[in-house]
Design a protein around this ligand. Structure first.
Ligand code: OFO
Length: 162
């Protein structure tokens, strides 16, 4: 059993996770249009991961005999000025998601909702990884600078993401 307030907050986060999936699919399309298929593959994999996150919220809300409510997903941006700009936005976006998850955790703690606290712990850990991955790739892109060869090398590495 969760509170009405918690039900709404969890449904809001379910939508945020779908927006993340949509945003990364949009970035994948941007990379495809620039013939950077490895970058596109990385983003498509990330987009699938975000759907998995959304479905964790879906499953948990149902398990708590609460009601899933699917809110409208905003249209994501379509273009970025560079590969670096896309990954800098990825990092910024993940930092925003981390804030959302922390706010959800604050609510669970305030409501003494132990089950939701435990459910959210996975997301707290996951966000550390999500931010680290985005920051790492953005840093690599900064090091590469204008080198086409460096970009193609990173493209091939990112194309191997499982
Ligand atoms: Fe769901 O972790 Fe990214 O947004």
């Amino acid at each position: 059993m969760i509170s009405e307030k918690m039900q709404k907050a969890l449904n809001d986060q379910l939508k945020e996770e779908y927006f993340s999936s949509y945003l990364y699919l949009s970035m994948a399309a941007y990379f495809e249009s620039n013939n950077l298929n490895g970058f596109a593959h990385w983003m498509k994999t990330q987009s699938e991961e975000e759907k998995g996150h959304a479905m964790k919220f879906y499953g948990y809300i149902n398990e708590q005999q609460a009601r899933v409510s699917l809110n409208a997903i905003d249209k994501p941006q379509m273009d970025w000025v560079s590969s670096l700009a896309a990954f800098e936005e990825t990092l910024k976006h993940e930092q925003k998601i981390t804030k959302h998850i922390n706010t959800l955790m604050d609510l669970a703690i305030a409501e003494k909702d132990h089950a939701t606290t435990i459910f959210l712990q996975w997301f707290i850990t996951e966000q550390v990884e999500e931010e680290a991955h985005a920051a790492h790739i953005a840093e690599q892109l900064k090091m590469i600078g204008d080198s086409k060869q460096g970009l193609m090398m990173l493209n091939s590495i990112l194309g191997q993401r499982k």
